[in-house]
Design a protein. Structure first.
Length: 185
C-alpha cells in the first residue's frame, strides 16, 4: 500500500502526464478513484444507479477540468469535493424514496450475534445521517475513506483545525446517540 505522499506524488505525475496529452494517464486515475468515488456517493444517494451516475459525472468533470487544477498534488481532495457536491445536489434534487439508514438488510446466517451487529450498524448509519452536514462529511471522509485531516479539510472546504473540531463534536454526538439508544431498549 502506497503512503499518502507516494499516492499524492503518483497522482501529481498522472495529472501532469494527462495535461501534457497522455490520455492513458487519466485512465489510471479513473481506475484508482472510480470505486472510492462510487462509495462516497453511495453514502448520500438513494440507490446504486444514482451513485454510479454521480461517480460518472464527477469523473467526467475531472476529465474536463483537471488541466486547470492549480494544485495538482490535491487531485484526490479536489475530485472528492466534486463528487460530494454532485451527490448533495442529487439528494436535494431527488429526495430519496428510502433513506440509507432504512435500507433493507437481510439477516445473515450465523445467528443472533450477526443480527445484533446488523442492528448496531443500522443505528450507527442513522445517527451519522442525522449529524449536521459538515460533521457528517468529516466523519464519513475520515472513517469510511480513511483520509488524513488535511485532505478532509480540503474537501470540506474548511481549515484542518475545523475538520478536527467537527470530527470531535460528531463523535461526541454519535456516542451520546448510541448510548442513549441502548438505554432506551
Amino acid at each position: 500500500m502506497a503512503s499518502e505522499t507516494e499516492r499524492a506524488d503518483e497522482d501529481h505525475e498522472l495529472v501532469a502526464r494527462f495535461a501534457a496529452g497522455d490520455e492513458s494517464a487519466f485512465d489510471a486515475l479513473v481506475r484508482r478513484y472510480q470505486k472510492p468515488i462510487y462509495w462516497l456517493a453511495r453514502r448520500y444517494v438513494a440507490n446504486d444507479a444514482d451513485a454510479k451516475d454521480v461517480a460518472q459525472r464527477a469523473l467526467v468533470q475531472a476529465f474536463l477540468r483537471v488541466r486547470g487544477l492549480r494544485d495538482q498534488l490535491s487531485f484526490r481532495a479536489w475530485l472528492y469535493r466534486v463528487a460530494v457536491n454532485l451527490a448533495l445536489n442529487s439528494v436535494r434534487d431527488r429526495r430519496p424514496a428510502l433513506p440509507l439508514d432504512q435500507a433493507p438488510q437481510l439477516p445473515a446466517p450465523g445467528g443472533g450475534d450477526r443480527l445484533v451487529e446488523d442492528e448496531t450498524q443500522r443505528r450507527l448509519r442513522a445517527a451519522v445521517a442525522e449529524l449536521p452536514r459538515q460533521q457528517r462529511l468529516v466523519v464519513e471522509l475520515r472513517v469510511f475513506d480513511e483520509l488524513p485531516f488535511r485532505e478532509v479539510a480540503a474537501i470540506a472546504e474548511c481549515s484542518e483545525e475545523s475538520a478536527r473540531v467537527n470530527f470531535h463534536h460528531a463523535l461526541k454526538k454519535l456516542r451520546e446517540r448510541m448510548n442513549g439508544d441502548e438505554n432506551h431498549e
